[in-house]
Design a protein around this ligand. Structure first.
Ligand SMILES: Nc1ncnc2c1ncn2[C@@H]1O[C@H](COP(=O)(O)OP(=O)(O)OP(=O)(O)O)[C@@H](O)[C@H]1O
Ligand SMILES: [Mg+2]
Length: 434
């Protein structure tokens, strides 16, 4: 029977709604927020109300408890804003829980949001030694690992440059290399696969597999379901700060998908505001429909592979938009990227007048295999002054329900995401009479 290495007991974290995230905030924002808070406190004292009335709070984590045994590789999944990063930050001692406690029975190496954990003014080299020292490693031990880390991160030319001059991709690479190579007993990784190129992602997955096989304990937050499924035997599902499932990764991912589908079926775009980056003042997507000759099943558009579909995007525009581009990223619900459709590929520009505008995208013979798909939308107006931007992630959801009869006698087994229909075979010889 292996030993418990992590014990989390009733952890809760309360935040103020709209609280400034440290990573994204700048000095000006902090000063403005501070002054605003002071003014509000003063106003409420003068009016006789409690000082913090009016500043609404919410629980980003709500009474979360679980235990992890030594050597377990545990996935943590959940929608945007579910509380995954908050949990990892508490376990890495970056932030304190409001209630509850966590016992970490080993050295923790973590890769959290870009830049967390690095001292921006120090060079890559200095940060590697500092991280090792924090993990309680001797200088000679760190020296032994140094070349491997620099090599994995691929930043040898920049090793003596201050980290603040690194691109975010370089910071993530160094962060992952440090976290994975300095041999912590507990490795905590937040979304490393979201950043970096495919080759680096593959390298990270390989390294994590190696780390987990060496018997170390790993906590892995990701939206990439195939990666979670292949790396983690156990997963935890968080939903609005609560732990709603803890068990096998397969069941956990199924539950996550089921809940996602039932929540997205209502087609209410306001539901996705947490997944949205927008300036809202210039152009804002109000509605989105995917139509075709489909059977509508409780608002979940459903198509047959090879069918023509039309995506209708309705924008609310406040001022004329000129020369904007539209990007549609098509993904499988599990996270695999399928394709990008971009107006720029056809040298098209989106112009919209104030009011409501509709953009339609017609796709002939959508060549997808059965499954659930989702799209991300990006509207981006070029030009420097007050340009319109609106990015919307994970909407709409639609289903490819079946593949038409192929006529062959081979039982049809859809594979991957794309179903080609226009394929020609050239055979080595033409046997007469066939
Ligand atoms: N410093 C903060 N102040 C106020 N609210 C915060 C702060 N940090 C996070 N939050 C909020 O807490 C909730 C949980 O955030 P968290 O970053 O843990 O989510 P997540 O599951 O990691 O999401 P994602 O998948 O988008 O990374 C969100 O509503 C977020 O806006
Ligand atoms: Mg997060």
């Amino acid at each position: 029977m292996s030993d418990t290495i992590i014990k989390v007991d009733g952890i809760s974290k309360e935040y103020r709604i709209g609280g400034t995230k440290v990573a994204g905030g700048n000095l000006r924002e902090s000063v403005v927020n501070f002054c605003r808070e002071q003014a509000e406190t003063l106003k409420s004292i003068l009016s006789g109300a409690a000082p913090d009335s009016g500043t609404e709070k919410f629980w980003a984590l709500d009474d979360v408890s679980f235990e992890v045994k030594e050597g377990e590789v545990v996935g943590i999944i959940g929608r945007n804003g579910a509380g995954k990063s908050t949990l990892l930050k508490i376990l890495s001692r970056i932030t304190e829980p409001t209630r509850g406690w966590a016992l970490m029975n080993g050295r923790v190496g973590s890769l959290l949001e870009v830049g967390t954990g690095f001292h921006q003014a120090l060079s890559g080299r200095e940060n590697i030694f500092l991280s090792g020292a924090i993990l309680g490693m001797a200088r000679s031990e760190i020296k032994k690992k140094f070349d491997e880390i620099v090599d994995f991160a691929g930043i040898d030319k920049f090793i003596d440059t201050p980290v603040k001059r690194y691109s975010s991709g370089m910071q993530v690479r160094l962060g992952f290399a440090v976290a994975a190579h300095l041999e912590p007993e507990i490795l905590i990784i937040d979304e490393v696969l979201a950043v970096g190129d495919v080759a680096f992602q593959r390298k990270c997955l390989g390294k994590m597999d190696e780390v987990s096989k060496s018997g170390r304990t790993v906590l892995f937050v990701s939206h990439n379901m195939p990666a979670v499924r292949s790396l983690c035997t156990r997963s935890i599902l968080l939903e609005e700060g609560k732990l709603v499932y803890d068990g096998s990764s397969d069941t956990c991912i199924d539950k996550y998908m089921e809940r996602n589908i039932s929540m997205r079926r209502d087609g209410d775009l306001s539901f996705f505001r947490r997944d949205r980056i927008t300036d809202a003042t210039n152009a804002f997507m109000k509605n989105i429909r995917v139509t075709g000759g489909q059977r509508v099943d409780e608002h979940l558009p459903s198509f047959t592979s090879g069918e023509d579909v039309e995506i209708v995007m309705e924008y609310e525009v406040r001022r004329p938009v000129r020369g904007a581009s539209l990007t549609l990223n098509l993904n499988k619900l599990e996270g695999d990227k399928v394709s990008v459709i971009y107006t720029g590929d056809k040298d098209l520009a989106v112009d919209m007048e104030p009011g409501t505008s509709e953009v339609k995208c017609r796709i002939k013979g959508l060549p997808l295999t059965p499954g659930l798909y989702q799209m991300n939308f990006g509207l981006n107006e070029s030009g420097s002054k007050g340009r319109a931007t609106d990015y919307l992630v994970g909407v709409p959801l639609f289903e490819i329900s079946e593949v038409p009869e192929t006529g062959g006698n081979f039982p049809h087994r859809p594979w991957g995401a794309v179903q080609w229909s226009d394929v020609e075979w050239v055979m080595p010889c033409d046997v007469e009479g066939r």
